[in-house]
Ligand binder design. Structure first.
Ligand code: NAD
Length: 494
């Protein structure tokens, strides 16, 4: 019997009202069940939101430096438990240990960054036009924040949302992805061990269409902070518009690496391998297109394919593994469907293109690193997010053409250019239409102290990470203090 986990509502660990559960499965071995979690519905969500509303009354008045200290302690616990959490994460969602260690480290970095924010949360003092009048704009919490997260960064992404939300004085109802409930459970335990009062964070497990949808719809939720697919993000935005909520969306990507004919080629191949196949291609910033200048297309492609063929698939717990499984059966089929689509569209499959079933790989959801060439920019494999170890190589005759191909998708998260020419690098920085651009580095590598997010259908104008997340997690309140002792009229008494 696997362990049965619970929701956390108002400081109490409780089952779903319905008593229903769902299973947490190890994607490297489908027979390994890591636990059972409550399959929550609208009633559970309602209780969690009520608990968060109640806790908001005192949490918003707790001094921000004190709130920051709790987050700092959470960071310290994450440091102590980094290895244990990384191993658990590899078991739960498959990515290799060095990446899951990085995921926990991102949580630690966010804790320390946001803990310091407790002693900043800067507002603005601006001079008033009238005498003996004082004006200041300050940040105030939003209220109850719904945090809805995906499975590919099961610790880092929740910390991007929860830590700033809490430092800013909000309370939270957290609905993690149904593929990674265990890491969410551990994170919430750590927050309470750090001294968080009951009800300030409430954890609701369950499916997106049930628990997630009920949370987005709940009238007492003030802000929805969502990371996930563009398809679901659009639905979330629609409901938020109808129910008058603030909403921040971090969604899909179709990121590209541009390789110019003067690029350091080996470095570009390193970047393409890491960008395309790290986390089995299941990163919002994964490089799923490589746009190569025709002058180096041949040598680049042969080196890229050679390296991809030698990547070792396996359990992420083994230090020799390069690429772990994809998250679940549905995703495995989806990645393979895109291989079929690529073939039908006339692209040439250079390597991979099939489910890996050799030996123990057959027990999990493994897909061979896949590279297509002769890909036209309009093909579906060059336009749609596959979210797996599958990459399209496209030809360009110039920087201008490469930029145009890169920009011509619905998404705009991350881009990269490899070149030794500083003029080309700056033209790319200027012209690539993405929220993040790398020069001589892959599409992956965001640091927590910078804004993170994308344009077009990747986002809705907000940026998590860095200082910009504070604009999501707070409202501006403008305060005027008139100490003249008489009626003064702005714009009139001039
Ligand atoms: P998903 O959209 O299927 O699910 C994300 C979360 O939303 C989960 O917790 C899910 O339960 C919930 N959900 C699903 N339907 C819902 C509904 N109707 N109402 C409310 N909540 C609902 O995404 P996923 O498969 O977990 O993650 C992969 C996607 O996330 C990819 O598209 C990837 O690009 C994107 N992603 C984006 C970023 C970013 O920062 N831009 C980061 C990581 C992942």
């Amino acid at each position: 019997m696997s362990t049965r986990y619970k929701n956390l509502i108002g400081g109490e660990w409780v089952d779903a009202v319905s008593g229903r559960t769902f299973q947490d499965v190890n994607p490297a071995d489908r027979e390994d069940i890591l636990g059972e979690f409550p399959r929550s519905g609208a009633e559970d969500v309602g209780r969690a939101v009520e608990a968060a509303q109640e806790a908001f009354k005192s949490w918003r008045l707790t001094p921000a430096p004190k709130r920051g200290e709790i987050i700092f302690r959470a960071g310290e616990i994450l440091v102590k438990r980094k290895e244990e959490l990384a191993r658990l994460m590899t078991l739960e969602m498959g990515k290799v240990l060095k990446e899951t260690r990085g995921d926990v480290q991102e949580g630690i970095d966010t804790a320390y960054y946001m803990a310091g924010e407790g002693r900043r949360l800067f507002g603005h003092h601006v001079p008033c036009e009238l005498p003996n009048k004082f004006g200041v704009a300050m940040r105030v919490p939003v209220g109850v924040v719904a945090a809805i997260t995906p499975w590919n960064f099961p610790l880092a992404i929740p910390t991007w949302k929860l830590f700033p939300a809490l430092v800013c004085g909000n309370t939270v109802v957290f609905k993690p992805a149904e593929d990674t409930p265990l890491l969410a459970h551990r994170l919430v335990e750590i927050l309470f061990e750090s001294g968080l009062p009951p009800g300030v964070v409430n954890l609701i497990h369950g499916l997106g269409a049930e628990a997630g949808a009920a949370l987005v719809r709940h009238p007492s939720v003030a802000l929805v902070s969502f990371t996930g697919s563009t398809e679901v993000g659009r639905e979330v935005a629609t409901v938020c518009a109808q129910t008058g909520k603030k909403v921040s969306l971090e969604m899909g990507g179709k990121n590209a690496i541009l390789v110019m004919d003067d690029a350091p080629l080996e470095l570009a191949v390193d970047g393409a391998i890491w960008g395309a196949f790290g986390t089995s291609g299941q990163r919002c910033t994964a490089a799923s297109r490589v746009i190569v200048h025709e002058g180096v297309l041949g040598p680049f492609t042969s080196q890229f394919v050679e390296r991809a063929r030698h990547l070792r698939l396996g359990s992420g717990l083994e230090e020799t593994t390069d690429v772990g499984p994809v998250i679940n059966e549905t995703q495995l089929s989806r990645v393979h469907e895109y291989t079929e689509v690529g073939r039908k569209e006339g692209a040439t499959l250079l390597t991979g293109g099939e489910v890996a079933t050799e030996g123990r790989l057959g027990k999990g959801f493994f897909y061979k690193p896949t590279i297509f060439t002769d890909v036209e920019p309009t093909m579906r494999i060059a336009q749609e997010e596959i979210f797996g170890p599958s990459v399209a190589v496209l030809r360009a005759r110039s920087l201008e053409e490469a930029v145009e191909i890169c920009n011509n998708t619905a998404y705009g998260l991350s881009s990269a250019i490899y070149t030794r020419d500083v003029n080309r690098a700056f033209r790319a920085i200027q012209d690539l239409s993405t929220g993040i651009t790398y020069v001589n580095a892959s599409t992956i590598g965001a640091e927590v102290q910078f804004p993170f997010g994308g344009v077009r259908q990747t986002g809705n104008g907000h940026r998590e990470g860095g200082w910009t997340v504070l604009d999501i997690m707070t409202e501006w309140k403008t305060v005027y203090v008139d100490y003249s002792g008489r009626l003064q009229r702005a714009q009139i008494d001039v």
